[in-house]
Design a protein around this ligand. Structure first.
Ligand code: DC
Length: 288
């Protein structure tokens, strides 16, 4: 056997030395992860789609809504922000009451007076960089799934300083990913990862989304009247959509290069099929 065909002095393999083994590892450039963004309004099916895509492709998944929701919970917990207690002194509020409040309508009028946004931003900044275990803990925190937390998150989300620190967290997390990641949110394809090679905007009519959310809620509260709940859900969703889409900072909208999928009349598997076709086309064009 000729020496030039050996891999290295310690190895007796007859195969030629792989090209990369000659490279200094420190000089190796990290390849760009493949980023798929899935933006759109509440209850359009973004969560199901982005999680399924991530599992199928072996990619990571980042649900940015959970970050905004966790800030909202944090604000409510730390500052005893009573979601519907307009005339109550925060010092008098029993924290247990915060969870049992029913009326979301007063959040807007009172929130700015009650929260210390600079302190919230500082608290969020101390979580840099985002860790996988922190993100996993958000997935299992049932409180983050409450609609009143979503509304409060939407109310805090227009604040530029808060968005800036969350954007920094998200970008550093994306950069740490090895192969690929699916990002779920409102401004993933327009701001957080505006250069992503693959973008989807998943939407559905307000009525279709409200019906889906109502059905989910009814599964937990079977005795509640469908029509009463549907009206409440529809109104809360309308308010949240309007706020998320009309804010000055990173409003919810489809990126110009996003594929728009309207899921109003599609099944989950039809949405997935369209999305996968788009992802395959994006992957064929992608240069890392
Ligand atoms: O996706 P979600 O329903 O969990 O989001 C809750 C709120 O958080 C949403 O109404 C607005 C805000 N949000 C945002 O402003 N930007 C994101 N990328 C994700 C969520």
């Amino acid at each position: 056997m000729h020496a030039k065909h050996r891999c290295c002095p310690y190895c007796r393999s007859a195969f030629p030395r792989p090209v990369n083994m000659n490279m200094n590892m420190k000089n190796m450039k990290k390849t760009r992860p493949f980023v798929i963004t899935v933006d759109g309004p509440a209850a359009a099916g973004k969560g199901t789609l982005s999680r399924t895509l991530a599992t199928k492709l072996g990619y990571e998944h980042l649900d940015s809504g959970k970050l905004y929701r966790s800030v909202a919970r944090h604000a409510a917990d730390e500052w005893h922000l009573a979601l519907n207690a307009a005339d109550i002194d925060p010092a008098d509020i029993d924290p247990a009451e915060i969870d049992s409040t029913k009326n979301d309508a007063n959040i807007d009028a009172n929130i700015d007076a009650r929260i210390d946004l600079a302190a919230i931003v500082q608290a969020v900044r101390t979580r840099l960089p985002l860790t996988r275990s922190y993100l996993a803990s958000l997935e299992t925190d049932r409180r983050l799934y409450e609609d009143k937390v979503a509304l409060l998150a939407s109310r805090l989300a227009p604040h530029g300083a808060l968005r800036a620190v969350l954007r920094e967290q998200q970008r550093s997390y994306i950069a740490s990913v090895a192969t690929g990641i699916v990002l779920d949110g409102r401004d993933m394809g327009t701001v957080v990862s505006a250069d992503a090679p693959c973008k989807i905007f998943l939407t559905a009519s307000l009525a279709a989304r409200a019906r889906r959310r109502t059905q989910e809620l009814l599964d937990d509260r079977p005795k509640q009247s469908y029509n009463v709940l549907l009206n409440d859900v529809l109104e809360a969703m309308r308010v949240r959509d309007e706020r998320d889409a009309s804010r000055l900072q990173a409003p919810m909208k489809a990126a110009e290069d996003a594929m728009v999928i309207d899921s109003s009349k599609l099944s989950v598997s039809q949405v997935l099929e369209q999305a996968l076709r788009h992802v395959e086309a994006c992957r064929a064009r992608f240069v890392s």
